[in-house]
Write a protein that binds this ligand. Sequence first.
Ligand code: GDG
Length: 483
Amino acid sequence: MSKTIIISNRLPLQLHIDNKIVTSTPSVGGLATGMKPVHAANDSIWIGWNGVNEEEIDDSIKAKIDSTLLAHKCLGVSLTKKEVDEYYYGFSNTTLWPLFHYFLEYTEFEKHTWETYQVVNQKFANVILDTVESGDRIWIHDYQLLLVPNLIRKKRSDVSIGFFLHIPFPSYEVFRTIPCREALLQGMLGADLLGFHTYDYERHFLSSVQRILGYDSSFNTITLDNRSVKVDSFPMGIDYDNFHESAKLHNAKEKRDKSIIQQGLDKHQLDNDQAKLILSIDRLDYTKGIDKRLRAFEYFLEKYPEFKGKVRLVMLAVPSRAKVPQYQRLKKEIDQLVGRINGKFAEISWTPIWYFYRSLPFENLIDLYTSSEVALLTPIRDGMNLVAKEYIASKVDKKGVLILSEMTGAANEMSEALLINPNNFEEIADTLKLALEMPEKEQIKRNSALQKRLKRYNVDKWATDFMEALKSSTHHDKRYTLQ
Ligand code: GDG
């Protein structure tokens, strides 16, 4: 019987090694949740980096790790510290991530990290090749593994290969700047099906393939010398029912439970606090526009001083890639900005920004979503942005206003949100005022339409649509290779 093999940089499990005992907890985040139904099916296996440095563990721990992973239908790829540094922090997150998000000034290209990226992609491919059998379906995820499709294709013509990119694919003018552009495209073209969040990313990819490799496409299909590759958009959804039902439970517990958010405030302040909450949640990443959001909020308080004491920005920034210098600099900048803005506007009974630099458990996330009157999400570029969808899904009474950057993939599907350009502070300030004053009837109307769509195009539908398209775009009858 054929099986499905899922491949991503990280596994849906996090391992903990304490005193030679290995335990695991499920990972949080969009990919782990999204692939759950596919992975839960009897015949599937998930391959990813096991999360530890190869040289730091002995054979007995390695065996324990492997058996823990296997119990959860996972296979681990072992990487050395140098490989993690150069493939993950280096080429993936200092070259591809900034380039694909249009941050050319942050994009570094170094020969040795590119070489390690190739070595590690081959390591992933080897683990797949050891387990794949004729007729299996392989679903590879994201920018860390762009070369894997063709590394498999070169050895196996009798399996289906799908690839999904979770971040934007940039325009040809940006993509062409990377020295190894041909190799990256050829790596991806080993797949039978290539999926993107939006039609625009798909269009950019097709244009790069045409202009760099000379392959034409028609009706979403690229014709290579001896086979074809299907390219399509599959906007990723969320586990709508989980967010909606959890929010319902949370609301039933306490009408407006600000307990988590208001850590550090005493009872007296809590009782007297009437400020409307403006929420933002992101990994601490320069693509998310956190610095601009803070500056826009400062401008809003200057332009509309009547809101002083009446609103509060609750900003959750989740630690991310703290080894990469640009992320360290960003952290410093955000710390300083929050300090400066709070220092400038704070009163004895009111602080304009509550800033949390940590990750929170799921229940607290629901607490934040349900308690906030407005969500302000201002990425400079974002493949999709699941937080926008989760915020709307959590609004059981349909009250709440989403302000969303038009540079996110999610904006394409969420036209009822208030869409803004994250570089336009004037527009953000005016939109914040509009959101804070929006009549409830209008909020309910907008959110009803959004919820209906999010419930229908949920994450199960995303995964099922992709797998169905993979089945129909695979033809095992030809022998083909792409060099
Ligand atoms: C990449 C692309 C694309 C966040 N903080 C906590 C927490 N989260 C969860 C959210 C959400 C996920 O993490 C973040 O997803 P996003 O889509 O917003 O952003 P990225 O991490 O950048 O993801 C992005 C995505 O892949 C999927 O394709 O949408 O464009 O960049 O689910 O809820 N979860 C918990 N505690 C936190 O503190 N439990």
